[in-house]
Design a protein around this ligand. Sequence first.
Ligand SMILES: [Zn+2]
Length: 212
Amino acid sequence: MQTLSAEQRRFFEQAATTYQSDLAADTGGQAYLTGRGIDPQAAATFRLGVVRRPLTGHEQYTGRLAIPYVTPAGVVNLRFRCLAAHDCAVLNHPKYLSTEGAGTNLFNVLDLKRDSPFICVAEGEINTISLSLAGLPAVGVPGVDAWQKHFSRCLEDFEVIYAFGDGDKAGGKFSSFLARETRARPIRMPNGKDCNDILRDGGAAALRGLIQ
Ligand SMILES: [Zn+2]
């Protein structure tokens, strides 16, 4: 497991704070999040931001959604999502960028402290946020390749672990991988849908319905 220096922690904290305040003045970023079912209060809870005044070394993330990895010890990582209304694949750039040189962390570990007999594991940060907003404690990783062996230990104390891969082939792989790694129960997702789609289409009850 990587350990951050005090200087790195300060940098991540300053970045998250700066981009959060950039979002407050960014109607495009706010509209994107609202369209995803993430209202300003929810955005503040997860300390989401938009990179308008990039810190030194973050220039390449300008214009992107900033997603901080918040832990009890502060912000330990950030990922950046393209906010443009286009297909990133057509433009040949990644939809998500990780902080250069940073390691891989479990997203939303604060939910591990919630009083719950179960925990959800989602594919991607926005899906993790969607579950958490629906009242389902959730952690996430960007994809199956980002899973680290030691993440399993964080989930050991929960009676049940649910894996929420997307409703596609990659999502199916994600869920069966987690079933092997962590004894997770794969959740059957509607075809072509992810947790955020379900939250937007049917609200929190529709997401909660998937585990009943
Ligand atoms: Zn793009």
